[in-house]
Design a protein around this ligand. Structure first.
Ligand SMILES: *Cc1c(COP(=O)(O)O)cnc(C)c1O
Length: 376
């Protein structure tokens, strides 16, 4: 046989793009553990502990915290489809690709969307959101991206919940690229619904979308007049499986077959996060970002956002350098993947992820050395 791509032994890459991030051996081993039935008590214990670990990482007491089957986008759709009814109004903050996706998703749920916009690379201000709430007092939700992966902007959420709640709306947050790498405090920050993904700062393969719903969101769902349009993502049914009928393990109702082995992987990945400690992990991401930033700036490379994420570094491609050729050399000669620019940043920016298991001194210095060679 001639050589064809092998699923058993694909090349080992160093994943320093916008996700997926490098997955530790421990997580890959967990993924390969024996598959159990999704109602087996042993599996349910692992699943319950996974949800408990998610609560710790989200820093929440929300009972309804679980991994949606699907990638980060499934988390976004799950929240939108459960909190929005046809005819609702929503305020969507857009300063990059993922805010724009949220608008599309919410419009598909039948809502009218009022957009709060900031230029790409800039944050949304609290004043903008307050003005939009005053102008559209019937808005049921306000959505915002905590870590906009298309521009590398780190959005502050301070004060947002108070403004949103004062108008009786819900605060929905996309924390796909921040959870496990930046401070995310669901309860302290008054977030009503939040979603993330496994393959970014949690360093687990893609496939699950951790979500958490607070009391206000639960009340909104319980007061729905219409059925949730998506059968698969209907939380009123999902909660009977994840939380059980009588609470505390009993009365689980089959909805769909849980992705059993992915749950093992997430369980292990969250175990690693908690062993390191959230504070330590967040500090590590900050240190690695600073080291990378110093190295890039010394090479004359500048950052797109003023307020950069630590987990995702969006930088301008140096003048006169060929975007695709440079990334191809990084991949082929060094086995390093970085991301291209997304949306209006295509051809203008690179996105360098330092997420979870990937945010190490070794990786930062290796990437800087490789870039120096390639850009010489
Ligand atoms: C990656 C990402 C998503 C989508 O996650 P998928 O796992 O690709 O479905 C959503 N929002 C943000 C901010 C992201 O970075």
């Amino acid at each position: 046989m001639t050589s064809s791509p092998s699923t058993a032994f694909p090349a080992e890459r160093l994943l320093l793009g916008p996700g997926p991030s490098p997955v530790p051996q421990r997580v890959l081993r967990a993924l390969g553990a024996p598959t159990l039935g999704h109602l087996d008590p042993q599996y349910l214990a692992i699943m319950d502990e996974t949800c408990a670990r998610l609560r710790e990482v989200f820093r929440t007491k929300n009972a309804l915290t679980f991994p949606v089957s699907g990638t980060g986008m499934a988390g976004m759709e799950c929240i939108a489809t459960n909190l929005i009814e046809p005819g609702d109004e929503a305020i969507v903050c857009i300063n990059g690709v993922f805010g724009a996706r949220m608008k599309d998703v919410i419009e598909r749920c039948g809502a009218t969307v009022h957009v709060v916009e900031a230029p790409w690379g800039e944050v949304i201000s609290l004043e903008q959101v307050k003005a939009a709430l005053a102008e559209h007092p019937k808005a049921k939700v306000v959505t915002i991206v905590h870590a906009e992966t298309s521009t590398g902007v780190h959005q502050s959420l301070e004060g947002f919940a108070d403004a949103v709640h004062a108008q009786g709306a819900l605060l929905v947050v996309d924390a796909v690229t921040s959870l496990g790498g930046h401070d995310v405090r669901v309860d302290d920050w008054g977030i009503d619904a939040i979603f993330s993904g496994t393959q970014k700062c949690l360093s687990c393969p893609p496939g699950l979308a951790p979500v958490s719903f607070g009391e206000r969101a639960l009340a909104r769902m319980d007061a729905r007049k219409t059925k949730v349009q998506s059968w698969y993502l209907d939380v009123s049914m999902l909660r009977k499986y994840y939380l059980g009928g009588g609470g505390g393990g009993g009365g689980r109702v089959y909805h769909h077959t849980a992705p059993v082995n992915m749950t093992y992987a997430l369980h292990e990945a969250l175990g690693i996060v908690l062993e390191e400690g959230l504070e330590n992990r967040i500090a590590r991401h900050e240190q690695m970002h600073k080291r990378l930033r110093a190295g890039l700036e010394a090479m004359g490379i500048s950052y797109v956002p003023k307020r950069s994420l630590h987990t995702l570094n969006c930088v301008y491609i140096p003048d006169g350098k060929d975007d695709a050729a440079a990334r191809k050399r990084l991949l082929e000669e060094y086995g390093i993947e970085i991301g291209s620019g997304l949306g209006v940043m295509a051809g203008k920016a690179w996105r360098i992820g330092l997420m979870g298991h990937g945010a190490t001194l070794r990786n930062v210095d290796l990437l800087l050395a490789a870039l120096k060679e390639i850009l010489r």
